[in-house]
Design a protein around this ligand. Structure first.
Ligand code: ADP
Length: 398
């Protein structure tokens, strides 16, 4: 069955088409700058890239062009009705969904209802759902939520110690994000170890531009570092992660910043970018630190200290750990960051084989723990698209 996976952003639609259940990629691509005169559709099929530059006035026009590219000249199949299902990435499912679901009017309403919780992400995701239904009527469409995997967390992990009415009336609580990635790599980890997820306690570190950590017990997320929004937890490319909430009051009361200014500072100007003052790209930061740049060195120290603290917290929550997983851009590729994050954790059972870590091949699932480490330390490439395709296929089969 051909499954089309769509990630609809504010000005772009990313897509990947799979043959399922095999998981073979048939085609992928990106339509960007939607609504601008300089729109661009890039399509990859096999090792061939095709670029079309023209205006795509809205998401509907963009998806129409994506679909035409799949079936037209140089496409990968003949007719659109060969698509057996569409999987949509949706950032916020609120408390309504703890798994993936077939899209119907109620799901659309729920995604709309959650816009206040994810004002940047849910509106373009919603657009993707709507144009998907419009252009492929009769094709089952499935919503795969970033928050769903974390919906089984106990109240002790998801409640903030704020007046309870804020939770009851305004749904202020920890939701957690990157759920598709945490779920996917934890399943891969179980497979690598030849065990069932039900029998394992796993900590997954998704270290990309956004970053979060999840404590997973018996295949379920029991705690995670991101919170009400993706601002909380680890240090990220441009977000600070954990900080004293009073800093926000200080910025407003003493520096006269508006709520909007503070939002921009916290979402776009902090994290690695804020600390280094020039970049959020970990490759550049590592190179600068190696050349003696003090701020770059400090940024790496702060970043790794925070990951280490959250590994410790997750270990406590799980009551012991079988495997620690590193994934996403930084986690998969940076041996320095992996090494620094677990340095000194030997007493808790995490002992790395420094040579294996250093020589871990790119894009391959690798165990970098020392032979006598109590905890396996795994590097596992994440693949959110294939995870969405698998979810979509499973929901349709049901
Ligand atoms: P996103 O969250 O946008 O999907 P990615 O998972 O692609 O991000 O991660 C992006 C981050 O990965 C960037 O900070 C980039 O610098 C970092 N990265 C990629 N390759 C390397 C590498 N070889 N060494 C260190 N960092 C890397």
């Amino acid at each position: 069955m051909k499954i089309l996976v769509i990630n609809s952003g504010s000005s772009s639609i990313k897509y990947k088409c799979f043959e399922m259940p095999e998981g073979h990629v048939l085609a992928s691509g990106l339509c960007e700058k939607i609504g601008e005169p300089t729109g661009r559709l890039t399509r990859h099929v096999g090792d061939r890239d095709t670029v079309t530059e023209r205006e795509f006035p809205d998401h509907s026009a963009a998806l129409e062009a994506v679909l035409a590219g799949l079936t037209g000249e140089g496409g990968v199949f003949e007719r659109l009705d060969e698509i057996g299902g569409v999987g949509h990435r949706v950032v916020h499912g609120g408390e309504a969904y703890s798994g993936s679901v077939l899209i119907d009017d109620d799901v659309i309403a729920a995604v709309r209802d959650n816009i206040p919780l994810a004002p940047l992400h849910n509106p373009p995701n919603l657009l993707g759902l709507e144009v998907g239904r419009k252009l492929l009527p009769g094709v089952p469409q499935v919503g795969v939520f970033d928050t769903a995997f974390h919906q089984n967390m106990p109240a002790s992990a998801y409640l903030y110690a704020l007046p309870y009415e804020l939770y009851q009336e305004h749904r202020v609580r920890r939701y957690g994000f990157h759920g598709t990635s945490h779920a996917y790599v934890s399943k891969r980890a179980a497979r690598m170890l030849g065990k069932q997820p039900e029998d394992l306690r796993i900590i997954t570190c998704h270290l990309g531009n956004g970053a979060s950590i999840a404590a997973i017990k018996g295949g379920r997320s029991v705690d995670t570092s991101m919170g009400f929004t993706p601002l909380e937890g680890l240090v990220m490319g441009t977000r600070p992660g954990d900080m004293d909430a009073a800093i926000v009051l200080f910025l407003q009361d003493h520096l006269g910043m508006s709520a909007k200014d503070v939002g921009t500072l916290l979402n776009k100007k902090s994290g690695l970018l804020g600390l280094t003052g020039r970049t959020n790209d970990m490759r550049e930061i590592e190179a600068a630190a190696a050349n003696g740049d003090e701020r770059a060195r400090l940024a790496i120290e702060v970043y790794c200290h925070r990951v280490k603290k959250h590994i410790g917290a997750s270990t406590a929550v799980l009551g012991g750990v079988d495997a620690l997983v590193f994934t996403a851009g930084v986690g998969e590729n940076s041996s320095l960051i992996r090494k620094t994050c677990v340095e000194g954790l030997e007493a808790l059972g995490f002992t790395m084989d420094l040579t294996r870590n250093e020589t871990a091949p790119r894009g391959v699932e690798t165990d970098v723990a020392a032979a006598d480490s109590r905890v396996r330390i795994l590097v596992i490439p994440t693949d959110e698209e294939v995870a969405i395709a698998e979810e979509t296929y499973a929901v349709i089969q049901k």
